[in-house]
Design a protein around this ligand. Structure first.
Ligand code: SF4
Length: 319
């Protein structure tokens, strides 16, 4: 791994609510991703992880902050450069059923993006669709069929082929396995890993629990109520989690390594996250944190580098 393919700096995405309140879905997130890396992003529903993914690929415009892709600030690009960046950043969606047009043949779904960017046409286009289908573990003749003729796992493979069709370098995979049977999830993760090696891809892999990102991620970030709580390499997040929220999430992940059994203290995560319409004044996790203090309820903790590469937002000094 070498240079950063993506840097995001203090990115915010706010939405206006009908009540007039500004909902801070993403509230000042900063991180970078190296070329060829997979960054897992985990959080409960409403944590802002999908909004962040969509903001990065340009489906939403950020309210504040900078998104720098391949060294260029995406807000400063010409239209032509924007088109190029839009091609290089693709997205795979959670629900392969909803994201594939049921009235289109698979070959047209896959080549739609290629047409938009003036890629191949005629026989070459058809050959490329066949190649892509085989690359994702389907058969070239599947191109003539419609989405409803496939299983959920196969439909997700079609979604992956569609993303690959325009030769991206960076893919936001937004809960790509959450809607699939457990037996199929590992197959799709393995496919994404193989494609990453073959195509030199970089991933932002979004999921709602740590178990789903464990195997594919080099580093993992944990989000809560629009903010990052912790970010480090994926081994450390499982063996030495610092943030009380990460610890609570981990207590629900089964311990499989015999040396780790009994090491993890169980933190029961009670209640639901507060409404993003009325977030707590201080630390976003203070209403559920078992060790919250008065300072936690008053003052938001800083995002700080606790040790090299291990970032955390928590007031506790003895982490
Ligand atoms: Fe808990 Fe306070 Fe740390 Fe927030 S800052 S996670 S409330 S200890």
């Amino acid at each position: 791994m070498s240079e950063d393919i993506l840097q995001i700096k203090e990115v915010k995405k706010f939405f206006s609510h009908s009540s007039g309140v500004s909902v801070k879905s993403v509230d000042g997130i900063s991180f970078s991703i190296k070329r060829g890396e997979t960054l897992g992003l985990v959080g409960e529903s409403g944590s802002g992880k999908s909004t962040l993914g969509r903001t990065i690929v340009g489906l939403y415009e950020q309210t504040e902050g900078k998104i720098i892709f391949e060294g260029r600030d995406v807000s400063q690009l010409t239209n032509q450069e924007k088109r190029d960046v839009n091609r290089k950043m693709q997205m795979i969606f959670q629900d392969p059923h909803a994201s594939l047009n049921p009235r289109m043949r698979v070959e047209d779904i896959i080549s739609e993006g290629m047409d938009g960017y003036g890629f191949l046409s005629g026989k070459k286009r058809k050959e490329r669709v066949g190649e892509l289908l085989e690359k994702v573990g389907l058969r070239s003749e599947h191109g003539r069929r419609f989405p409803h003729e496939f299983s959920g796992g196969q439909r997700q493979r079609i979604g992956i082929a569609r993303a690959l069709a325009v030769k991206p370098s960076f893919i936001v995979a937004d809960e790509p396995i959450s809607a699939l049977d457990v037996s199929i999830q590992a197959q799709v993760v393995n496919l994404l890993e193989d494609l990453q090696k073959e195509e030199g891809l970089t991933y932002l892999f979004i999921a709602h629990d740590l178990a789903m990102v464990k195997h594919i991620s080099d580093r993992i970030g944990v989000m809560y109520l629009g903010k990052l709580m912790e970010l480090t390499d994926s081994e450390t997040i499982f063996t030495k989690p610092l943030h009380p929220y990460t610890q609570a999430l981990l207590s629900s992940v089964p311990v499989t390594h015999p040396n780790q059994k009994g090491q993890r203290e169980r933190t029961v995560l009670g209640g639901d996250p507060p409404s993003p319409l009325h977030p707590p004044t201080g630390c976003p996790f203070s209403t559920r944190c078992p060790v919250a203090t008065a300072e936690c309820r008053d003052t938001p903790p800083e995002w700080r580098e606790h040790s090299p590469g291990h970032w955390v937002a928590c007031h506790l000094n003895n982490l």
